[in-house]
Design a protein around this ligand. Structure first.
Ligand code: CA
Ligand code: CA
Ligand code: CA
Length: 186
């Protein structure tokens, strides 16, 4: 019976496919290094790019397979909910790990490892787990991906994602709303 796992993702952008060879390559994302760079800024912080998502483990084996590793046959999918709740269903195209730096909204920084997935629509998503100590307790302004740590992930194990959430907003941050700016009290 398929298992649904809910978690959060941060949207980093839509870029060219980093997994350009799908079969016979040990699931290597050949162009993972294309993702090196900085995502988010003070004016366009990542904490405003947070989406609810869930995986559906169609064959209930604990792994959400990538498209080239049998996702369709297994019935493994990634669903991202748009801000109005509209679901977009993808297959995971690739998974990759990076070393880099996270900068929080309060200006603090930490060096850490990060997990990234690309869906088969080309979208790049930051996973809600990291060994950065404040990753899930401070609002994230930006991250830099400096080196590729792993480019041969063959899928996503969602069990570790459920208990982790991103912090939405820094206390006292002005948030643009349709009714004008307001102060977050979270
Ligand atoms: Ca490949
Ligand atoms: Ca599966
Ligand atoms: Ca792939």
């Amino acid at each position: 019976m398929p298992t649904q796992t809910d978690f959060e993702l941060i949207f980093l952008g839509t870029v060219a496919d980093i997994d350009i060879v799908e079969t016979g390559d040990g699931s290597v994302a050949e162009n993972a290094a294309d993702l090196l760079g900085t995502y988010g800024s003070a004016g366009s912080p990542l904490f405003e790019q947070q989406y609810n998502a869930f995986t559906t483990d169609g064959n209930d084996d604990g792994i959400i397979l990538e498209d080239g590793e049998g996702a369709a046959a297994a019935g493994d999918t990634l669903t991202v909910l748009d801000t109005d709740g509209t679901p977009f269903v993808f297959e995971i195209d690739s998974t990759a790990g990076f070393f880099g730096t996270v900068t929080y909204a309060d200006g603090a920084t930490e060096s850490a490892g990060f997990g990234i997935i690309q869906d088969n629509g080309g979208n790049i998503w930051l996973l809600p787990t990291s060994n950065a100590a404040s990753f899930n307790t401070k609002a994230i302004e930006s991250i830099s991906l400096d080196t590729v740590a792993q480019d041969n992930g063959a899928g996503l194990a969602p069990a570790g994602l459920t208990s982790t959430e991103f912090v939405c907003f820094a206390t006292g941050t002005l948030i643009a709303t349709p009714d004008g700016p307001r102060v977050s009290t979270q």
